[in-house]
Each structure stands twice: as structure tokens, then as C-alpha cells.
Write a protein that binds this ligand. Sequence first.
Ligand code: AMP
Length: 329
Amino acid sequence: MKYYILFGPPGAGKGTQAGAISEKYNLKHISTGELLRAEIAAGSELGKQAKSLIEAGKLVPDSVVEGMIENTFNTEKNVAGFLLDGFPRTLGQANDLDKMLESRGEKVNAVLSIMISDETIKSRLAHRAQIEGRADDANPTTIQNRIDTYHKQTEPLIEFYKNCGKYYEVDGECGDIEDVRKAMFNVFRGMDKKFLDRQVVIDEDLLDKVQRMAQDSPRLRMNYDLRNSEEDQSQRMLNVMLPGTKTTIHKHNLSSETIMLLRGKMDTVFYNENGVEKERIHMGGDTGVFGVNIPKGQWHTFEVEELAIIFMAQDCAWSPLTKEDMLSK
Ligand code: AMP
């Protein structure tokens, strides 16, 4: 899982940019402000506690927002990661987040910051008050409190994340929404190289780590990307499949597929176009079979007997299987 923080003062455009980023990178967007507003709208106990603090431009207690964050981490599994918006907002929250992630064997990948001046904060919030009707945007005293809270409690996080080498900044006044979006995607592209084009030793420790991640996933599967960047038009990955996994019978029309079994026991099964089994290749254990090259267009499936970790390569970019690529038996 990847953990990105979208950082910046109120009105910087975090919410505006979050949708496109989370869609492109398959991230779950978590806005603590939105979650709190939903609690207020629902009239929950938590919402009642938060309402007066929010309307005064003050922060709600750490335990409240951290509970909401952890809850989302625990329930949202079918994503590549999370995009945190409005959290952390204090050094205490940043330290708690590190602890939370450490206990999951994870860490913050990067902080993307959108910067605007205090003057722009004021004019943007006044404008947003007219459009969205948020009470905390309408009142000048609340706005000033939010700006003060930002400078006093949230701004120190910039140094904190700079010191970890995780801080990336975009000028939120460099142009219109589209220009800021492009600047943000450029930052992501630069980071992709940093994250993907790195030295990776494929050893027992790494296999243990990806195995744990797969076991935690409801899909009981997990891919570990080994490409140079998101733009790399190949597929090279470690793929973990838990016992009992039987993939749909499918084929790849654009590339052959090479798999090498690094751990476990599984069968690769070839089918003809009528769904009749043609050949079954036992792999792993004492079979002496380590891998298979599956020709382009060959119907096949994987049946996993003992937790299997494979190295998989294809010479075209990944794309989801279409109906035509799957054989219904
Ligand atoms: P936002 O929508 O991010 O501007 O948040 C609106 C308000 O919700 C803030 O002014 C705070 O009162 C509260 N809030 C949001 N996120 C946090 C957080 N991480 N810690 C404490 N309070 C928060």
C-alpha cells in the first residue's frame, strides 16, 4: 500500500485535486474534514462534539481523527493506497500516523504540498462559502483562526517531512486548476521513478513481506511492481496467490507471459477454446519445474496448492482482462 499526504493550508485546493489523483493512482481519498462534516450532518455524538470546534476554526482532538483514519485503513482494501487530505495536521498526529503505519509494516511514501498565500486563503474561502455554504468558510474570525492554527500547528510538519526527504511542493497559484493538476502529476511522475526504479533484492525477506500483504488482502492476492516507472510499458512483478486460488481461464493477446515460481506449489493449466483441459504443468515442490512460458493467445489458468509467489513478466503494459480475454466454461 502507498500512503500519500495531500498537504496545504485551507483553501489550497486539496479537495479539488484529490479526485483526479486518487482516480489515476487507484488511491482511497480520505478527507478528515469531509468525514467530520458527514458526522455532523448525521447528527452523531462525534459530530456534536466536533461541530463547535470546527465552527470556531479549532482542531478536533487527535483521537477522533486518528480513529476515523485507522477505521478507513482497516476497511478499505481494494486500492493501491491512500491519499490523506487534512491529516496529519499536527506533529502529534504525524508521529501517531508513523506508529500506525509501522505496526502495519508500512510508511508514508510522500507528502504533496500545495502552497498559497494567506491573502489567497482568505479570498478562496470567502468564495467557497458562497458556493458550498460551509459555515467555517463564512465567518472572518473563524477563517483567521484557521489560518493561525495552520501556521502554528500544521506548518511545522513541512520541516518534519523535509527532514525525512518526503516533502514535495507545488505552487497553488501557478495558474488555474488544470495547471496545478499538471504540476502535481509531474511531481508524481518524478516520484514514480524514485519508488519503482529502485534497487530491489528479491530475497526471503521480500517474499515474506509480500506474502504478509497478500494474506491481509481480501482478494488473497497481491502484486509487487518491479518496473522502472508508471510509464514503463512492460509488466514485471512478483505475484502472490494464496492456496485455493484458481484464476479465471484467460489469455493475453498482446504478449506471451513468463512466470517463474519462487515459492510454493501450483499448476499452470492450458485449455483449448472449448474449455477442455489440454495440459497441466505441476510446478514447485519436488517437481523440478520452476517456470513456464505461456504463448500469446493461449487459454490458461493457475491453480494454487501451496501459497505461491511467482515472478511474472510480459512485454506490454498491464490492462484489465476484457470479456473476450476470459473463457466461460
Ligand atoms: P478541512 O475540511 O480539512 O478544512 O477541515 C475542516 C475542519 O475540520 C478543520 O478546521 C478542523 O476543525 C477539523 N479537522 C479536519 N481535519 C482535522 C485533523 N486532522 N485534526 C483536527 N481537526 C481536523
